[in-house]
Design a protein around this ligand. Structure first.
Ligand SMILES: Nc1nc2c(ncn2[C@@H]2O[C@H](COP(=O)(O)OP(=O)(O)O)[C@@H](O)[C@H]2O)c(=O)[nH]1
Ligand SMILES: [Mg+2]
Length: 444
């Protein structure tokens, strides 16, 4: 798996390193090569287009750090973008499930996608949660037998009822039974079909509505390629999916589906199946996969370090500015930009014994509005907020295409940030532990 992509990216990076200086035309050429690599690996064209656009924007827009070469920085940009594509935050099933309540996981997918195998793998992984697998495929008698054989082999309890012909009823009986037997984790191995159809969709919808599983997980064969996306979307129409497990990652699938799934369906990949054996279930790691595809792990960590150092420098510059009391709207804007990355402002807050609100980042749209407002100010206004009287505010609001109330609000937030930064610098912890104040800053 992923070999094709890795080979192609090796070519791309060899090319970019060989060019010495990075100019627009080199970037264009490298991007063309990346595009070809992706398309050959069966990555969806919409994903490819988005990826190329993003890398291009960053490669042309980002100033090069002094300590790294342009080609190294380019590699890092490609890496960051790939991690983003695969899902920046690793969202997955929890390490353990609550002991005082039953947890229900429902696996959905087409026939042959690996549901039964994955059900057993999960049961084994969550052995401590006292799991049971419900065999809910009455259409293929062999499916129940397969599960029974595997369950027996690995000592995992399986609930089945060969006389029952309705999946929902089997599941209801299984849940009742599991309550009596005090199983804490219920994994439902639902019936698939050869292909997606109305019958399957309705069946899944009904089960999900009646049973209300805690997790609805899409199991898909990584070899299916592009079609996997359509199947995922149709399952999403029957019930919202929490995540996906891609099986047969050990095969020579081209990997495109894995790279497209998150972007096109917003579904996180929880695990990858890497073989038929019980232990062949790996946590999906976006950065791990990106490094596997791109190689270059050493370059990536080198640039990461350089970026951190540059941020530290930014931070001391900022301290300097606040001390001199000339923190202005330009700094405000660049701080907001930073918060959206792993910002220095945030880093500064992290050194304090105060809690930063979870998910403390600004939503992209609001950020664009703030940016538009600040960019509508004249340079003099940006440096001196006292200039902003009503008529100027009205002009700025008009220029930014935002209501004037937003300009006023922004000024308030700016003043708050300024006040807080001063306190942070004075180490006046007590006065900044009023967290309501701090969170309101983040929630612009
Ligand atoms: N190589 C490999 N084979 C797998 C993996 N997961 C499942 N399989 C195989 O794929 C086939 C179909 O799996 P199964 O669990 O029966 O799919 P189901 O129809 O969705 O229940 C079986 O032969 C499994 O052994 C995997 O991660 N790697
Ligand atoms: Mg099965």
């Amino acid at each position: 798996m992923l070999d094709i992509l890795r080979d192609k990216f090796e070519d791309v990076f060899r090319f970019i390193k060989g060019t010495g200086k990075i100019r627009q035309e080199n970037i264009e050429q490298a991007l063309k090569k990346i595009k070809m690599a992706f398309l050959e690996a069966d990555v969806n064209y919409r994903v490819v287009r988005h990826f190329i656009d993003e890398v291009k924007k960053k490669a042309l827009g980002e100033s090069v750090l002094k300590s790294v070469s342009p080609s190294q920085q380019f590699i890092k940009i490609v890496y960051d973008e790939m991690v983003k594509l695969l899902g920046t935050q690793t969202v997955s099933l929890p390490e353990t499930f609550p002991v005082n309540k039953q947890t229900i996981i429902m696996l959905v997918g087409l026939n042959g996608s690996g549901k039964t195998t994955t059900a057993i793998k999960l049961a084994r992984k969550y052995n401590k949660s006292n799991p049971v697998v419900i065999a809910a495929d009455p259409y293929r008698p062999a499916a129940v037998d397969q599960l029974l054989i595997m369950g027996k082999k690995y000592s995992i309890p399986v609930f089945y009822d060969k006389k029952e012909t309705f999946p929902l009823r089997i599941i209801q009986k299984g849940i009742k039974d599991s309550k009596e037997k005090k199983y804490n984790l219920i994994i439902i191995d639902t019936a698939g079909r050869m292909e997606m159809n109305k019958e399957l969709m309705n069946e899944i919808k009904e089960i999900a509505q009646k049973i209300k599983p805690d997790y609805r997980i899409f199991v898909a064969d990584a070899l299916t390629g592009q079609n996997l996306i359509n199947v995922a979307k149709e399952f999403q129409l029957s019930t919202p999916l929490n995540g996906a497990i891609l099986t047969k990652f050990d095969s020579d699938a081209r990997g495109g589906a894995a790279l497209s799934l998150k972007y096109l369906t917003k579904t996180d990949i929880f695990y990858i199946g890497t073989g038929e054996k019980l232990n062949d279930l790996d946590k999906f790691s976006p950065s791990g996969i990106a490094k596997r595809i791109l190689g270059m792990a050493d370059v990536i960590s080198f640039v990461e370090q350089a970026q951190e150092m540059a941020q530290d420098k930014e931070l001391s510059k900022l301290e300097e500015k606040i001390k001199k009391k000339n923190f202005d709207f330009n700094d405000f804007l660049s701080q907001l930009r930073m918060i959206n990355k792993t910002g220095s402002f945030r880093k500064m807050l992290e050194t304090l014994p105060v809690k930063i609100p979870a998910g403390a980042n600004i939503d992209e749209k609001k950020f664009k509005h703030i940016e538009a407002i600040i960019l509508s100010m004249t340079p003099a206004e940006r440096e001196n907020e006292d200039l902003l009287d009503l008529s100027r505010k009205l002009r700025i609001a008009k220029g930014a295409g935002r209501p004037v109330g937003e300009v006023t609000q922004l000024m308030k937030q700016f003043k708050n940030m300024k006040k807080m930064l001063k306190k942070v610098l004075k180490n006046d912890i007590n006065s900044i532990t009023q967290m309501g104040h701090l969170s309101s800053l983040f929630k612009m």
